[in-house]
Design a protein around this ligand. Structure first.
Ligand code: FMN
Length: 204
């Protein structure tokens, strides 16, 4: 069998951020993905362009991000989600990898609802959901709030920023956790594209 050279994974970070905190995490996701070898497109979904829609449609993986507002994803993200209904009907994003992150002011803040919504949104598009892939941090006597995954999520990356803090108060551990998510998704996208390329070479 001939050797397969996998193309560089194309990853889109598609996020909403009303006040900039979630945007800091989106930048961390982008950094993690780029360090892991992805070509990344950074998309603020409330200002999305036609070119960025095209990037979404041709990506190998999409990492969705939204702040948690009123116990769920922000209206800005929901407007974007609803604008994808044509793509849902056409299966445009089927079999792409997906993952998600959120941020809220409270340690819980009901942000699991947001991650679960992002996973359901991806499932509606027939995407392949990748969880965070980290053990929970900060949950034992010797653990620290500086642990990766300090808030103990599995479905995606969850972050907490004080409601009265500026964007510089986004927690370093949450930033590192977001970087991890970007790297993990890139690794999975690379494996999937290489596997699909290898399968295309197989003759039966
Ligand atoms: C309309 C609104 C609703 C919010 N609802 C929640 C909530 O349900 N739970 C929570 O912990 N924080 C809540 N927050 C706080 C935000 O999640 C928090 O400030 C977050 O850092 C905002 O992210 P952003 O700067 O990316 O918009 C809410 C903030 C706003 C403006």
């Amino acid at each position: 069998m001939s050797q397969v050279v996998a193309p560089q994974p194309r990853v889109v970070v598609a996020f909403h951020s009303g006040y900039g905190h979630t945007a800091v995490l989106a930048e961390a996701v982008q950094r993690g993905a780029e360090k892991a070898g992805a070509h990344v497109t950074f998309v603020a979904v409330d200002a999305i362009t036609d070119e960025q829609w095209h990037e979404l449609d041709t990506a190998d993986a999409v990492i969705f991000g939204a702040p948690t507002y009123m116990g769920g994803a922000s209206a800005g993200f929901h407007a974007f989600a609803e604008a994808t209904s044509g793509r849902y009907l056409n299966g445009t994003w089927a079999d792409k990898i997906a993952a998600g992150f959120t941020n809220s002011a409270s340690k819980s803040g009901d942000k699991l609802n947001t991650l679960n919504f992002l996973a359901a949104f991806a499932a509606q598009h027939h995407m392949i959901w990748v969880g965070l892939g980290l053990a929970p941090g900060w949950n034992a006597l010797q653990a620290s709030e500086n642990d990766l995954n300090r808030l103990g999520f599995w479905v995606g990356a969850g972050a907490q920023t004080p409601q009265d803090g500026g964007i510089e108060t986004v927690h370093e551990a949450d930033i590192a956790t977001a970087e991890h998510l970007g790297a993990r998704v890139t690794a999975q996208a690379a494996a999937l594209t290489a596997g699909r390329a290898a399968l295309a070479e197989v003759t039966v």
